[in-house]
Design a protein around this ligand. Structure first.
Ligand code: ZN
Length: 292
């Protein structure tokens, strides 16, 4: 959900097009300093989300956070901002914080993973109850960690079962990392790898994004559902899997206002078999024309 135009207005807009789950940033996604917000204001916002019938709420951590950063200042700021994000998520009564796995910044994959795990272990010792941290797979660009399901599995195994930790599967990032959603064989291979290393029951959210960058390019350009290289049939495959009913599926498609948000949402519902009409973006307003 975008922040522009005020929190309450955007929550109403999301509910108006039929969103059942919502993901927000608590500050500028590309900045270190989130705006000052009192605990009371955060609680009020959390209530607004619930009042609109939306549950769960997910908080996406800022992109700058890197728990494996080589630069000491960036490292310290990352730890502090993640802790602040978790605290705010708890005041918002959010169920999840979603975080990208960082980058080893040249120190090598093995050492980067070790630092990431050690740092996260330390942070999780003082983590708010009732908030689960979800590690999001990346497109695996450059020195980034978390582009393979095996690397995410390594983190989960190292930290054990007693921690509030899960995984958010981003369909476009997985595509960029080389996983193929466009064929039955590719899908089954990706899912088997996910289950073997991560365990499907640890998947607690999906970021449903189509991709504009080629498979395996390690680039990350999101597209509207069905308009990119994953395509509608890719989403039908992904969403036809018997995921738990309450699994939140979040759109991070290009921000183009309610019209496209409603089209993307309607398309997810169509490919998940929840509705029989595929929204056409050339129609004036798919949200109201479908009576939702
Ligand atoms: Zn994502």
């Amino acid at each position: 959900m975008p922040q522009k135009g005020g929190f309450a207005k955007n929550v109403k807009r999301a509910a108006g097009i039929g969103c059942q789950a919502l993901q927000i940033f608590v500050g500028n996604p590309t900045g270190w300093a989130p705006p000052r917000l009192s605990e009371e204001e955060l609680r009020r916002r959390g209530e607004q989300v619930k009042e609109e019938g939306i549950n769960p709420l997910l908080v996406h951590a800022a992109y700058l956070i890197n728990l494996a950063a080589v630069n000491e200042e960036v490292f310290q700021k990352s730890v502090r901002l993640l802790q602040e994000t978790a605290l705010r998520a708890s005041h918002l009564q959010a169920s999840y914080v979603v975080m990208h796995i960082g980058s080893h910044g040249g120190r090598g994959f093995k050492e980067g993973m070790d630092v990431f795990i050690k740092t996260l272990d330390h942070i999780l010792k003082d983590w708010p109850p009732r908030v689960c941290l979800l590690l999001e797979n990346t497109a695996g660009a450059g020195t980034s960690l978390g582009g393979t399901f095996i690397s995410i599995g390594t983190i989960l195994k190292a930290l054990g079962n007693g921690v509030p930790l899960g995984v958010c599967l981003d369909t476009a990032h997985a595509w960029g990392a080389g996983y193929d959603w466009t064929t039955d064989e590719g899908f089954e291979k990706a899912l088997a790898e996910l289950d073997a290393h991560v365990d499907l029951k640890n998947i607690q959210a999906i970021h449903a994004n189509d991709a504009n960058s080629p498979r395996g390019s390690h680039r990350d350009r999101h597209a509207h559902i069905g308009e990119g290289l994953i395509g509608g049939e890719g989403f039908r495959r992904i969403l036809s899997h018997p995921w738990p009913r309450e699994l939140p599926v979040i759109l991070e498609t290009p921000e183009m206002g309610s019209h496209w948000d409603a089209v993307n949402l309607g398309r997810l519902q169509f490919f998940a078999g929840m509705t029989s009409d595929l929204p056409d973006p050339s129609l004036p307003d798919p949200a109201t024309s479908r009576g939702k």
